[in-house]
Ligand binder design. Structure first.
Ligand code: GLC
Ligand code: CA
Length: 507
């Protein structure tokens, strides 16, 4: 199976397409769009979790690994999706949340009822230490009837599994092999770097135990037969190499280029520094020997086009600039739903528009600390994960072709005209199609090392005979001699490099 130079399209099922009028996207909705997706030229469809879940963290809190949540449809709908996708040459990638389960999972319920076998599935201490949950507050929660605290790296309803317990590992292998048998051919492993954590020393990510568990997981399940991608937020190229050494995963999401603007935390952003971006891209492209996962958007991120560029006046140009830049990077290209027609961040203005637990926790914590509401809302409008979680818009009607009723989360505020048939959106879409085709036709061109150069607001690169020039600002700059134009994000040409203008050309 070919695992490199693949195109993976991520769907956030809750917000993709609703067919039964409950305001929530569902599996029949995804099936109804398969033809359109196959026209884009994708190889894999990655769905964020659809297993049974109380949805505290939108499905990343799984209560039953073996069944589809009725909200999304039935198990049969999922089997049908696999089949229908396969008919169109598309493989299904499943999101595996292995680090933790919902506190409504049978294992956790039994643990709390005092069953020692299941108690050892989780991490308990008599006394909590200072570790904090990534979603705010302590990472420990007291269970009175046991007089102990359990560890939760994320929300209090997401209890971390104890991988030191062999029974936990065996249960996980059994589950993955079940889905392999059903025809799943790819896996995205949620926060996988955390499974070997040591809560006493506070070493959580990429511990020696993690590499041990990963190899065992590999041997007992997917081996190298399926495309696997692990979420490892801060992975260095060296760590990625260790994770993807032939006995682990195919690739990792490292996000180094996206955390670049974090100032202390993601809530505090600094200006994008192009030379730093260039250096990260270059290091990964040239020094990393594995298959890089190329990502600009996902369900945890605001839209990159809104964060880095101009999503209003120059939305079309900005969306295409990013597609051209990331599209010329070697590896597997991940596209997040709506990216292909330039969806922007949500631009919410009120707290009641948000649904994300992390966002809501942050809002209350900040209020408590005395930060004024309008300042908090401004940060959320930029950074909240809900920015990327708003429903798809298929047409310019009341429910945008997403739903016939009120959606579970509002549409982009002021984004009524963002839908595939709108002219600018069509142009962006066609650029994606062209780039995807180009990557298939000229795969070997991406094998050349890439060299970046930055001057003022201009990022440029050379890769073999290819050159790229990208204006990351609305200032006008002199235009280099561009040779034969391969991709360009304006419909006409000018003597200058205009706002957010970008060229890929050959010399
Ligand atoms: C990952 C997911 C995110 C989720 C978290 C906890 O980062 O992408 O959405 O909240 O893990 O499962
Ligand atoms: Ca529905």
């Amino acid at each position: 199976m070919k695992l490199n130079n693949q195109i993976i399209y991520q769907i956030y099922p809750k917000s993709f397409k609703d067919t039964n009028g409950d305001g929530i996207g569902d599996l029949p909705g995804i099936i109804s769009q398969l033809d359109t997706l196959s026209h884009l030229g994708i190889d894999y469809l990655w769905l964020s979790p659809i297993m049974r879940s109380p949805q505290r963290d939108n499905g990343y809190d799984i209560a039953d690994y073996y069944h589809i949540d009725p909200m999304f449809g039935s198990d049969e709908d999922y089997f049908r999706l696999i089949q229908e996708a396969n008919k169109r040459g598309i493989k299904i990638m499943m999101d595996l949340v292995l680090n933790h389960v919902s506190t409504e999972h049978e294992w956790f319920k039994r643990a709390c009822e005092g069953d020692p076998y299941y108690q050892d599935f989780f991490i308990w201490r008599k006394r909590p230490n200072e570790l904090k949950s990534l979603f705010g507050g302590s990472a420990w929660e007291y269970v009175p009837q046991l007089d102990m605290y359990y560890f939760h790296n994320f929300d209090v309803h997401q209890a971390d599994l104890n991988y030191a317990n062999e029974h936990v590992r065996q249960e996980i292998y059994r589950m993955i092999n079940y889905w392999i048998k059903q025809g799943v051919e790819g896996f995205r492993l949620d926060v996988i770097d955390l499974i070997g954590k040591d809560v006493d020393t506070g070493e959580l990510s990429c511990t020696p135990k993690f590499y041990e568990y990963l190899q065992e997981l590999h041997e007992n399940t997917f081996q190298n037969h399926y495309l696997t991608v692990g979420e490892c937020w801060e992975a260095t190229p060296q760590q990625a190499m260790k994770i993807c050494n032939g006995k682990g995963l195919t690739q990792v999401f490292h996000f180094n280029h996206l955390t670049l603007t974090h100032h202390g935390s993601k809530w505090n952003q600094k200006k994008l520094e192009l030379h730093k971006l260039a250096s990260i891209l270059e290091t990964w492209q040239n020094e990393y020997q594995g298959i890089e996962a190329i990502v600009m958007n996902n369900h945890d991120l605001p839209r990159l086009l809104s964060l880095w560029l101009d999503d209003q006046k120059y939305r079309k140009e900005s969306a295409m600039l990013l597609a051209m830049l990331f599209g010329m990077l070697r590896g597997n290209l991940y596209i997040y739903q709506g990216e292909e027609y330039g969806m922007t961040s949500a631009h919410f203005t009120r707290i009641d528009q948000y649904r994300d637990i992390e966002t809501i926790n942050y809002y209350h914590e900040q209020l408590k600390q005395g930060v004024c509401e309008s300042d908090i809302l401004e940060v959320l409008a930029k950074i909240s994960r809900d920015n990327g979680r708003v429903p798809m818009q298929f047409m310019n009607t009341l429910g945008h072709g997403f739903t016939s009723t009120t959606p579970w989360i509002s549409f982009i505020q002021g984004g009524e005209d963002i839908y595939p048939d709108q002219t600018d959106c069509q142009v962006i879409y066609q650029m994606y199609q062209k780039i995807i085709q180009y990557r298939k036709d000229f795969e070997q061109e991406l094998e050349h090392p890439i060299h970046f150069h930055v001057q003022d607001d201009i990022l440029s690169f050379t890769r073999g005979t290819y050159h790229g020039v990208f204006n990351f600002s609305d200032h006008v700059y002199p235009l280099p001699e561009v040779g034969e134009v391969i991709f360009h994000n304006y419909l006409d040409t000018a003597k200058y490099l205009r706002a957010y203008e970008a060229y890929i050309y050959q010399k």
